[in-house]
Unconditional design. Structure first.
Length: 244
């Protein structure tokens, strides 16, 4: 049986606007973390690029508040730790499914989106600034009209775990990857992420803030940037969305 990681706090809420917003408020009030914040219902859940994130009944919505003691650009590598932890959770509960990761921080089950991850950091630039890692996982249900096809553990034909049980596995697996990152840097996470990456070597479309680029997915570099092979060479992309 998976145990809750030692030294990590847990706050359960019946309802909140957003677990990331709650983490922000608590960080500004002086909470040091590490603290997982979870809610049965979010009234204003958010995804990347300001999109609405619909948690759905029986799904997991949680945010980890921590102070990684690293510059913000380095702490951003923990999005890969979060993706690996979610992938481990998915494999734990759905061992027969094909679990993959999609840059920058989505987790896929049988090619469909199972989870989304949103990182937000404190405004300070020192190494004690806070980081909120928001994670939504489709356990019991999933949205039907999305740009990238979505799924849930229930849609895979499984009896989905209770959100609390899923969170315990998630917290334990994130603690594992965080410890590895803290002690050994990004390379072990990079290697593990690439071992799970969907679409390596295949054509992709990368939607950037002001343009779209097309090429082959070559992997990620030592900072976590996506490597896109174009006719003119390999281009590193730090922010954007990927479509196969």
């Amino acid at each position: 049986m998976t145990a809750w990681p030692p030294g990590v706090g847990l706050l359960r809420l019946d309802e909140v606007d957003s677990t990331n917003l709650e983490a922000h408020r608590r960080a500004e009030a002086g909470e040091a973390g590490s603290l997982w914040i979870t809610a049965a219902r979010q009234t204003a859940g958010r995804g990347r690029r300001g999109r609405i994130w619909e948690s759905g009944s029986g799904n997991l919505a949680a945010t980890l508040l921590l102070r990684p003691e690293a510059p913000p650009a380095v702490a951003a590598q923990l999005s890969f730790a979060a993706a690996l932890a979610v992938a481990d959770l998915a494999t734990h509960f759905a061992p027969q499914a094909a679990i993959g990761v999609k840059w920058p921080n989505d987790v896929l089950a049988n090619g469909c989106k199972l989870s989304g991850i949103l990182l937000e950091a404190g405004p300070s630039k020192d190494e004690n600034s806070w980081l909120a890692i928001g994670i939504g996982i489709n356990l019991a249900e999933h949205p039907s009209e999305t740009e990238f096809p979505a799924t849930s553990l229930a849609a895979l034909g499984l009896t989905p775990p209770a959100p609390d049980a899923a969170l315990t596995v998630l917290a334990a697996r994130f603690a594992h990857w965080f410890s590895l990152w803290r002690d050994n840097g990004f390379e072990p996470l990079r290697a593990a992420w690439l071992a799970r990456a969907d679409g390596l070597g295949l054509p992709i479309r990368a939607r950037l803030p002001h343009e779209e680029r097309h090429g082959a997915f070559e992997g990620i570099d030592a900072s976590g940037a996506l490597l896109l092979r174009e006719a003119s060479g390999v281009r590193a992309i730090n922010a954007g969305e990927v479509f196969f």
